[in-house]
Design a binder for this molecule. Structure first.
Ligand SMILES: Nc1nc2c(c(=O)[nH]1)N[C@H]1C(S)=C(S)[C@@H](COP(=O)(O)O)O[C@H]1N2
Ligand SMILES: [Mo]
Length: 324
């Protein structure tokens, strides 16, 4: 049903107040949120939760997606594909999201995730930190659509239209300090919703990291949508990262915190298996995974095998970052 209840960016519900967030002086947060140039969050919230229909696309739809009226966003035609776009139904029912499952069919279990309300914290070595509602954040950013190749380290691949904003646009607003050299991203920690977070052996919550140079690269996208609408939960609602020249595990889903650091941050997969997953994770067909070749990849829709491209074909944008 339509809701008239508009949350302010600084309004952190009591139950979500962590020891960290209680340090936030309300006036300071209000002031620092000036980085987004905000007024109140605006926009008509869409109708009730989607009922499970058995349709993997529909079932993953967010409860109250942020900024729904901003879709479809204009396509940035600089990014073209050498392969067909993967059908939405297939991309939406073949996912990795270890918080919910170690298998691929998790669109059903990921529907337990509550994505509204959702705050994102900007913290660490940054001139303008803050906590903001994701709706406010998205409305302050320039949304666009891009067709990108996507390559998982497990050697499956797809090509999808993401909607989002360049990470660079956010970084320019929040002004990292000179000492900041890395960005650390953190996913939610909610064992009541994400069953696999109840069990040990994994370094929950999922974290990832980039250098600042990688984060401001033109390719680096903070994703809010896919196939012309808000991103469903199995794809990482309401906000996830996409770095198309890196293996898919760098593309952290359902982000709650973005922190600027001086040191290279520990990451989920690198902590679990450092000999298999390095911090950089750049797609490279000539560096095999210890347990399989990275020379080719399998398209998840057709089953076709294609040769894997260095930097997943994005060397024009990123090769200069890694020259010695
Ligand atoms: N929080 C979180 N983010 C994550 C993962 C995860 O398990 N948890 N899996 C990663 C991996 S291994 C891949 S390949 C991509 C898959 O994205 P997709 O399901 O939208 O295709 O998400 C990445 N982001
Ligand atoms: Mo992956």
């Amino acid at each position: 049903m339509p809701s008239t209840h508009i949350r302010k960016g600084w309004a952190i519900p009591e139950r979500e107040a962590t020891p960290e967030s209680v340090y936030w002086d309300r006036r300071r947060v209000l002031k620092t949120l000036g980085f987004l140039g905000l007024g109140a969050a605006s926009g008509v919230l869409p109708s009730c939760d989607v009922i499970a229909t058995g349709d993997p696309v529909a079932i993953g739809v967010q409860e109250h997606p942020p900024a729904p009226d901003r879709y479809p966003a204009p396509r940035n035609r600089r990014f073209t594909l050498d392969r067909p776009v993967t059908p939405e139904r297939i991309a939406a029912s073949y996912n990795n999201f270890y918080e919910f499952s170690s298998g691929k069919k998790l669109w059903n279990s990921s529907a337990r995730l509550h994505t509204h309300p959702w705050q994102v914290e900007i913290t660490g070595l940054v001139a303008k930190p803050g906590i903001t509602d994701v709706d406010v954040l998205i409305r302050a950013m320039p949304l666009e659509e891009r067709l990108y190749r996507f390559r998982c380290v497990e050697a499956w691949a797809m090509a999808v239209p993401w909607t989002g904003f360049p990470m660079r646009a956010l970084i320019e607003r929040v002004e990292p300090l000179a000492a900041a050299r890395y960005v650390r991203f953190t996913t939610f920690y909610r064992p009541e919703e994400a069953t696999r977070q109840r069990y040990g052996n994994y370094p929950w919550p999922y974290t990832e990291g980039l250098t600042i140079a990688e984060a401001v690269n033109e390719l680096t996208l903070l994703v809010t949508g896919i196939y012309g609408h808000p991103v469903p939960r199995q794809h990482g609602a309401p906000l996830r990262l996409i770095t198309p020249w890196k293996y898919g595990f760098k593309s952290i889903k359902s982000i709650v915190r973005i922190e600027f650091t001086a040191e290279q941050p520990a990451t989920f997969w690198n902590t679990l298996a450092p000999h298999e997953y390095d911090f950089w994770a750049n797609v490279n067909p000539s560096v095999p995974h210890p347990r399989w070749s990275q020379g080719r990849e399998r398209m998840i829709d057709t089953g076709e095998y294609r040769p894997t491209l260095l930097y997943n074909g994005y060397g024009e944008w990123v090769a200069q970052l890694y020259r010695l």
